[in-house]
Design a protein around this ligand. Sequence first.
Ligand code: ZN
Length: 138
Amino acid sequence: MKLSHIEHIGIAVKSLETSIKLYEEMLGIKCYAVEEVAEQKVKTAFFKVGDTKIELLESTDPEGPIGKFLERKGEGVHHIAFATEDGLQHTLDALAEKGIQLIDKTPRKGAEGLNIAFLHPKYTGGVLTEICEDPKKA
Ligand code: ZN
């Protein structure tokens, strides 16, 4: 298992419109894409800082994962995503062998067409952790 970099940091926000403005002003960089991921019940906005993205997540349904997160914890960091260099399924299998429980035992499609999978926060010190395929190798 070989991770290449932090692919993105997912941040739950109440309003993409408000938060895009905030991040553009705060970081001095432009949002380069907005995308709806219907399956996850979110609308996402992307910023790039080096090889790492900031992914703002606005809920499209109070019953979706981000809707529930906002209800419980309010706005803030939702998850950290690591890119793997040697195959997502291979990495998931390696993690499972170490006793890390997976939310997604097999990869699924995330934003930007990348294959992703989540690990169970109970097994990752309370941090929701995502592994995704390296966009440069996909
Ligand atoms: Zn993510």
